[in-house]
Design a protein around this ligand. Structure first.
Ligand code: PGA
Length: 254
């Protein structure tokens, strides 16, 4: 399976900054990268179309950071799957811990979004992960298992290959405190087993990304682990140099 490295730009970069960042990546990343790694960027909604115009004939994929699951209607402030498709999105992040915590996104909403995205032809990147408190209480696997089960309830086996899961321990996001590769691998293997229960052997083709303080100097250790199939990168994806180094360093160990 081809690993995926996706930059999650969160609420950073206006249109001018976003387009210049992606142009910088296109210059910095050697073309052989794309044969072995999928590279994606997730700008804010307003930057999707301008960034799409730059990446449409290139190997860089476009991802959204959120979506609403209804097709259309009176939902002020929301964006539909059809709209995301019309601006060239291939991926959409769902259930990021910031959305769960700050915007009240529930497991039920995450599940509806995932099913709607799969039906609509956009690959969801489902984010799961425990808080520090949950880890210290020994509840990591319970919490992550619950999130994965709830998110994937009712997903058809025929859609399984399009799912991406991102394990992002909340205590590692934006803190500079990355999970040890073995610590991450333990949870990734656990997620893989749940996916096997749900989808059988297809689970081996589902990418499981790690996210949380991924940097150029820690990506190699993570990517050497068996069940880590890429990364969701926040802070370090905002600089051309850092993000390119992450991708190039990953390439050396896969
Ligand atoms: P970080 O964010 O790399 O800044 O820790 C990761 C994420 O939230 O996806």
């Amino acid at each position: 399976m081809k690993p995926l490295i996706c930059g999650n730009w969160k609420m950073h970069k206006d249109v001018y900054e976003a387009t210049s960042l992606v142009k910088g990546l296109l210059v910095e990343l050697p073309s052989e990268v794309y044969r072995r790694i999928e590279v994606a960027v997730a700008p804010s909604y307003v930057c999707l179309y301008p960034v799409h115009l730059i990446v449409e004939d290139t190997p860089i994929f476009l991802a959204a950071q959120n979506v609403y699951y209804e097709k259309e209607g009176a939902y002020t402030g929301e964006v539909s799957i059809g709209m995301l498709k019309s601006v060239g999105c291939s991926y959409c992040i769902v259930g990021h811990s910031e959305r769960r915590k700050l915007f009240g996104e529930t497991d039920t909403a995450v599940n509806l979004k995932i099913k709607a995205l799969l039906d609509g032809g956009i690959a969801p990147i489902l984010c799961v992960g425990e808080t520090l408190e949950e880890r210290e209480a020994g509840k990591t696997l319970d919490v992550v298992g619950h999130q994965v089960f709830e998110a994937l309830k009712g997903v058809k086996i025929s859609s399984a290959k399009d799912i991406v899961v991102a394990y992002e321990p909340v205590w590692a996001i934006g803190t500079g405190r990355v999970a040890h590769p073995e610590q991450a691998q333990e949870v990734h293997a656990f997620i893989r087993n749940i996916l096997k229960d749900l989808f059988g052997d297809l689970a081996n083709d589902i990418k499981i990304l790690y996210g949380g303080s991924v940097k150029p100097d820690n990506i190699k250790g993570l990517m050497r682990e068996r069940d880590i199939n890429g990364a969701l990168v926040g802070g370090a994806s905002l600089k051309v140099r850092d993000f390119s180094e992450i991708v190039i360093n990953a390439l050396e160990v896969i």
